[in-house]
Design a protein around this ligand. Sequence first.
Ligand code: ADP
Ligand code: MG
Length: 395
Amino acid sequence: MKLNTSALRYLTGEDWRVLAAVEQGSKNHEVVPTPLIQQIAGSKINTGVHRCISNLAKVGLIAKVKNARYDGYRLTYGGLDYLALNSHRKGNTIYSLGNQIGVGKESDIYVVADADGRQLVLKLHRLGRISFRTVKSNRDYLRNRSTGSWMYLSRLAAQKEYAFMRVLHREGYPIPEPVGWSRHTVVMDFIDAFPMRMIDNVPHPEKLYADLMGLIVRLARNSLIHGDFNEFNILVKEIPAPTAKDPGALRLDPIMIDFPQMVSINHQNAEFYFDRDVAGIKRFFERRFRYTSDEPGPFFKDATKGSEKLRHLDIEVEASGFSKKMAKDLDRYVEQIGGDATEVETSNDPPGDDNEDSEDEGNEETEEAGAAVDKEEDFDLTETTANDADDTEGA
Ligand code: ADP
Ligand code: MG
């Protein structure tokens, strides 16, 4: 789903207030009745509320729904995108919007910049976009899903990703610095590097391999498993490391991204996820770099041995507000669809399962990952008077 920002600058403060009211009403109404929108938006704009509603519906930020009992409106993904962008703008997280650099399986990735020109990435989570169409069991699971729960899950994914990124960044893991989150979006540092899957050869595969296995083990010792640790979610940064013999030598530093599926080593399927992360890297190195390590493992048992004495980052994340209940809701969804890996070479889908419309868009556009913000678009927004209470949730 494209992020169409063309209407951003034309919304008035009252439009924003009404949009926020529809969002708030959606928390307990699948279809928000017009009088409720009016009530939440406040008496100040009583007279104009219908005009605002019609403005917002015209640009697709809310959609009219005829329900058996009453007519009303629901927030669209576009509306949620606008609310999130507006929060990031007001929180000074984002100043300008650049190109889309990635269409992940369940996200859209844009390069953005803050007021100082620092390049950042805006990740918009869009859960249920592709898996809904590709995996049969998902269709069964998602069949009765309301728009509200799609948004709920996308928000959960963003909240979880941000919570994990905060903790991992603080602990010095090589990941993009998290800058903020709002609703279904996370803003983080832009990493000027290619995903590992785009790299054809490396001078010392054994070094990169050891670094990656080292990361898997380090996470496990901190009670965590990435859960989708593969060539799509590892960016490889080239750092000049000149030596006397080789002045042009480069060091390759892996940077992890994509955290909504992280699990604790106490998760019931922890060992499975751990082994899958390890096996994915092994397989990739064999196929791509013709490299096989002499050493077996790493194994879950060894990696987690003695970890009880170390930092339990899973618990620290929980303490940040991402609760067990939230984790469970999201888990249930993630377990249904698997990780990026299930869409590429390692597909476990039974043959013949109707994958014909399985989108091959996964990460294709990341070829431009190094592109700078070249089509800057300032947020020339009319100052909003909407209720600021539910703003950038963590900046
Ligand atoms: P998904 O969950 O959809 O797989 P990812 O977080 O893996 O989303 O992002 C998809 C792609 O976008 C990545 O493979 C990478 O190429 C690019 N990307 C994501 N985050 C960043 C970042 N912080 N810096 C640079 N590129 C990024
Ligand atoms: Mg990914």
